[in-house]
Write a new protein. Structure first.
Length: 150
């Protein structure tokens, strides 16, 4: 979707009152700090790409966001049905596209349910986990506006 300068100005001048906010600030080299609701995360790049390798990359955090969202929804399903969450795990891997623009080409998410879950519960767990907020967002991408501060 193309945006005009007026669209961008409007978007940056009057954000929605219910907008969730975070801030990213340069720390050193390729390291950045992300402040979210009083929590601080660091991002960096691997040494072979000019970083210091001190923290995950933004791309890794993207995949981690999907994996943790899937885990949260799966865990919430188990809890809601009085089932033990012990042993619940989510494994995620991703590959990068080989063409431009730079992006993730594929993400594979594997839910490892707690042992002893019936086949019926396993199917329901997968259905619930597949509809986490991050996955829903990827399936129906949001409008993204990137602008410079005036």
């Amino acid at each position: 979707m193309a945006h005009t300068a007026a669209d961008t100005a409007t978007a940056t001048q009057s954000p929605a009152p219910d907008m969730h906010r975070l801030e990213v600030a340069h720390v050193d080299g390729n390291t950045y700090a992300v402040d979210v609701r009083g929590h601080r995360l660091l991002v960096d790049q691997p040494e072979d790409t000019g970083g210091q390798g001190t923290a995950p990359t933004p791309t890794e955090l993207f995949a981690a966001s999907l994996a943790t969202c899937v885990a949260f929804y799966a865990g919430r399903y188990l809890h809601r049905h009085g089932l033990d969450r012990t042993g619940l795990r989510v494994r995620t891997g991703f590959t990068m596209a080989t063409d431009r623009p730079a992006r993730i080409d594929a993400v594979h998410v594997q839910v490892l349910p707690p042992p002893g879950l019936t086949e019926q519960r396993r199917a329901a767990l997968l259905a619930v986990a597949s509809h986490c907020t991050v996955h829903n967002t990827l399936r129906q991408p949001p409008e993204i506006v990137i602008a410079l501060e005036p």
